[in-house]
Structures are given as structure tokens and as C-alpha cells.
Design a protein around this ligand. Sequence first.
Ligand code: PHB
Length: 389
Amino acid sequence: MNNVKKATIATAIMLAGGLGQAAQAEVKVGLMLPATGTYAALGKAIENGFKLYVEEQGGKLGGQQIQYFAVDDESDPAKAPENTNRLVQRDKVDVLVGTVHSGVAMGMAKIARDSGVIYIIPNAGADMLTGPLCAKNIFRSSFTNWQPAYGMGIVAAEKQKHKTAVTINWKYAAGTEAADGFREGFEAKGGKVIKELTLPFPNVEFQSLLTEISSLKPDAVFAFFAGGGAVKFVKDYDASGLRKTIPLYGPGFLTDGTLAAQGDAAKGMLTTLHYADELNNPKDKAFRKHYQEKFSMEPDVYAVQGYDAAQLLAAGLNHAKGDIKNKDTVIEGMEQAKVDSPRGPFTMSKAHNPVQNIYLREVVGNHNKNLGIAVANLEDPAKGCKLSK
Ligand code: PHB
């Protein structure tokens, strides 16, 4: 190659490098969410919520442009290490955001702990993530599986005056911990869980379990299912005729983002959750309006959690004046955040999980209507977490 040609190539490389840098985003966010399977709609709502908040800030958080990288995690825990490393090692994201499924999130958390990448969980409720596995760089904008389920146990015993209950759920962290949380609240107020029924995730063959419920004749049923599985369960429960004699309860995932598909089968159901339709605070009103305008659909709890994951990151970045590499200061800002959420303002516990109200909701039409606060400012006990505030 002659010298002129070499110089031309060198200039081209320099130009490309220079331009690349100028156009390069300052903060790389890796979104690892389900785009397929029973939780696909939940993943989309989280992504929508996150991007909506960033867009409301002009595409920047802490003054820095946000660049997205995305991976479909398929709600498959076995693929979590490989999928997470695509974002952390290959794309070198500054912040990891994900996911819906607790088992996948446990795999993500391991890599976050080992690599030190800032990790925000916008749904997965695994109690351990902000319990024994809590870490300085791991935050959650959603809930622990214990929180809404415990609230439902209290309501079922105290308000609804039920004495016996059967729990039914997918057998993995979220379902098991929800059933445990319900039992804790229910039995603390004098109720008794007489049977715990399970089936593997994401199985939806409910028939034999519904027959078992019908012969057990409890006063109430508590169920953990979400997404496509929740739609099918609520419809099957109604079609079996059980709804007429045994009321069905659950954490609000049973009826959030699912009502259009469940129709009358969900009518009148009571659930507990850290969000409800028509909370009517100014932040929620603005959020719902923007979401509806942008996505032509109403938001649900997953959209709120995505939106708040972005708000949490903004709090960290603002505190560090936009310098994502100043990780300790970003983390400090996130720990101190008072998030102005559509669910109502919340703070972070010392284990980095929201301290929040749990609302009692009733299905009226296509809405989970707010009936009031079931448990105020509920903080997960975070057993085994060694972080201090
Ligand atoms: C979970 O796996 O932690 C999980 C999934 C879906 C929900 C709630 C919790 O709606």
C-alpha cells in the first residue's frame, strides 16, 4: 500500500472514531426482559414505562444521553448467565435493568455481584434479592413477593373474615414466596391455610387442581399467576363454577394488565398490590395520560415499575452530576431517592427495596379500582441482608 493510501485510511479511521465518540451515548442501559412467552406483555410494559420517563426528560438522565441495548430473556433461568453476559461483557452496559421472572433475576444478580455493574430490578420479587443476596449495587423498583401477598393474608382474615384457605401457584420463587407471605398474614390474624397446591411454571393445565379445590371446600383461594397464565387461571376458575361459592384472591398480578382478556370472569375480584387504577394523585394522572397518548393503551403496574426504574437511575445520575463512572455516588443518590411514583412516593429500604403502601383493589369493569390502603408503608423484613443505611 502506498503512503497516500495509508494516510487516507488512517484519516478515515480517525474521523470515524471521532464522529463515533461525538455521537456515542454517555450511559449504556441494558434491558433484559421477556419478549416472548407468558410474561411477554409484562416485559413490554416495563420497557414502555422506562422509555417514557427517559423521553419525558428529553432522552437524557442526569444530563446524559441514554443508549439502549436489549435481550429477550424468554423467562428462562437456564439462559440467564449467557443472556446477562451479552449485555455486561459484550455490550459493556453501565446499568443492567431486568427482569420479570424471579429465577432469571437471581442469575442476573449473581453476575451483577461479581461484576459490580449497577443493577435495577423492575419486577422480579424474589425475596432473597433484597434479603440474604442484597448488595450495594443491586436495587429494586418493584416489590418483594412477600409484600402484596402478606397484605392479602391480612385482608382475607381480618376484613373478609375467612377462616380457611387453599393456595395455588406456579412452583418457583415468586409463587412459593407469595404463598408463604399470604400464609404469614392470614395465620397471624387467625386463619389457616389447609393446602398448598402447585404446578410447574409456565404450565396452565389447572383442571385437576380446581377439582381438588372443589373437594377441599376452603373459605377462600389465594393464587399467584401473572401474564398469560393469570388470564387462563381466572377464566378457568370462573368456568369451573367455583367462583360462585369460593372467592378467589391474589396479589394484584392476577388481574393487572389482564382484565381486557379476562372479561367478566374477573368481575368483583379483590387483590392487593402497590398500585391501583385511579389513585388520582397528580403524578399518576400525568403518567397515565402520557402513557395512553404514547402507547394507545392504559398502563399497568409493570409500566409503573419500569417508569420508576428510570426515575431511580435519574436520582443516582443527578446526584453524581451525570458521571456514571462515579459509581459510589450514583449508588448513594439511588439509596437516598424519594421516588415520586405514580403509585405514590416511596423510599428505598436499607436492602434497596421500596417501602410502600399496599392497596386493596376491586375489579370494576376494566379497572383495578382502588378501595384504599390495606397496609401502609410496608417494608419487607429483608431477613439476612447485611447492608446498612
Ligand atoms: C416473579 O417471578 O417474581 C414475578 C413474575 C410476574 C409477576 C410478579 C412476580 O407478575
